[in-house]
Design a protein around this ligand. Sequence first.
Ligand SMILES: *Cc1c(COP(=O)(O)O)cnc(C)c1O
Length: 388
Amino acid sequence: MATRSKQPDTTDLSVWQVMNIPMSSPDITQEEIDAVTDVLTTRWLALGPKLDQFESRFARYIGARYGIGVNSGTSGLHLAMIAAEAGAGDEVITPSFSFIASANCVLYERATPIFVDIDPKTGNMDPAAFEAAITERTKAVIPVHVFGQPPDMDPILEIARRHNLVVIEDACEAIGAEYKGRSAGTMSDAAVFAFYPNKQITTGEGGMVVTSRDDWDVLFRSLRNQGRDVFDGWLNHTRLGYNYRMDEMSAAMGLVQLTRIEELLAKRAQVAAWYNERIDTISGVDKPYIAPTTTKMSWFVYVVRFDPKIDRNRMLGYLKDVGVPSRPYFTPIHLQPFYQDMGWKRGDLPNTERAGDTYLALPFSSVMTREQVEYVCYQIQMGIETIG
Ligand SMILES: *Cc1c(COP(=O)(O)O)cnc(C)c1O
């Protein structure tokens, strides 16, 4: 282990800064504040010009033909399952190593989520495990771009094509990410993005479905607006729909955030680089692995992996005691109580469970300072020396 002084370099670090490192933080400027205020001044608060603009600019940024704004990533995933026509008796393959919405959206349509294991290096869906899980009931697959890194999409897409499956990308963590030069969100029938305050860009609550299919664009617009078709009169409801609309204040905020996307992603990459440099000097903990197929990483969270000899949960407790928040991330979906009630159990997905036991998300955002990163890493080193 590298020898280091027992004290972090905190010469220009205020006590307030050290003791108040948030787990995540939105990056808001006066521009976002003005944009939301302007909407309030116009009194046009829903289904207006800001939503239209945000949708078209977002789709252009991703490289898809259409963007359909919704009120959360979860709503977007639900609508994608309806478009995929996944229903009772159908199976949808998804990783358990994800946020719970990646599987709940399948249950909303009474289809059955089938969890598959991950590549232990990236945490992303293992294409071979995906293929092995396909049955005659399989309708769709949901590859998740875990932590902002695309899965190995070429084999996944080839397998899906061979079995005639719908592909929905859960790109909620991966705005701006690229796989072999292709943009996350453009490799499937439809993709879903999310704008919760911890995401790379935020609208408070919010999400966006993108697709290049004309029929699905029309369908998503109808479904998110109570089943009204675009040509319908106000009270003409063609199908069962939902109120999943994004409001004008959110869209106005998203528009400003989107103009800042390269700045926001670059700041996050800088914070990740500070972490990488420092984590490399500490034995017993590994930095995130970036696959050679990831031609652009979109840093969503910064997740380290502890040596199995180090008790990750004790490390979390140690960090909490010294004022550093951290989270086990992800807790595998198949081990959540109501999924265990459906028959899933520990032992079903060994790589997923090992990741769930040894990974830890550290404080991370575009507004984090180098001193804060240094403080977190110093405390990890002290933690390993204390409990290791
Ligand atoms: C954030 C996220 C979602 C959607 O979250 P919402 O809070 O509903 O916007 C879906 N899947 C993954 C993997 C996510 O990280």
